[in-house]
Design a protein around this ligand. Sequence first.
Ligand SMILES: C[S@@+](CC[C@H](N)C(=O)[O-])C[C@H]1O[C@@H](n2cnc3c(N)ncnc32)[C@H](O)[C@@H]1O
Length: 286
Amino acid sequence: MSFALQLDEGKEHEGREFTFNDREFTFLADFVNKQVGIVLSEQKKDMVYSRLVRRLRTLNLTSFSEYCALLKSEEGKGEIVNLVNAITTNLTKFFREEHHFTHLESIISELEVSNPKNKKLRIWSAACSSGMEAYSIAMVVRRAINNISSWDARILATDIDTNMLAMARNGKYPLEQLDNIPAGYRDNINIDDYSHDVVMADELKSIIAFKQLNLLEFWPMSGLFDAVFCRNVVIYFDKETQKKLFERMAGLIKVGGWLYIGHSESLHNISDRFELIGRTIYRKKR
Ligand SMILES: C[S@@+](CC[C@H](N)C(=O)[O-])C[C@H]1O[C@@H](n2cnc3c(N)ncnc32)[C@H](O)[C@@H]1O
């Protein structure tokens, strides 16, 4: 045990329900990094504590050391999903970074004109959180394509977080989310009479498949996508993980297809497989 660690162990946060030392934090940070690629720097120690404290209470554990021991054990395998759900940051909203949706609508309309016989559209929302990104895409697709019943249009929406996927499949959101949906895209949403939730109609749900997928692991998809939304997720990964991820993603996007990334993300020094054509909008090179 290092001297620094011994010092730290002597100065636990006063008034906290559980002690949480550097060794436990380092174990959890490494564990999470290996599972899902998220990098948890030392500055995230308080955040990790506050997100996991409920897990300790639920499991009737008395210390973080017991929680770490559980994760190391065979019977702790089932806890990994809860750990990941607790650690991921799921912030999202309808039409977040609205210029991406304006762009998507224009390219779908172009596809319809330039290749009227090809009525197939594939879009991937690669870290969809509670589904608002995928439903926003679906609203755009429904508005952009005149006769959608003659099209084979599908949106794959994936995330690691099982709680978020359950919300996404449910397709009900608090009323205040309505403000984020521009008026012209509200055809396929309803307001529940009792709960006043914003409810996604079957016309949207029917073109989306929500699936659990860890971006670090095997991807079962085989066909190519016209467009991929991979937004506000790689920011949590290190550069090497980002490089590998976008290399794999390039292999799944059509030549000339589109990639949308988050507002604080960039492919500079990460991938040369894409050309920057607009604000955080890339096109797969020929
Ligand atoms: C901040 S949200 C972004 C949601 C949406 N893309 C947006 O921009 O509004 C990040 C999402 O990435 C997911 N995530 C984190 N690590 C992941 C991984 N290894 N594989 C798949 N999803 C992951 C989280 O569960 C979370 O829902």
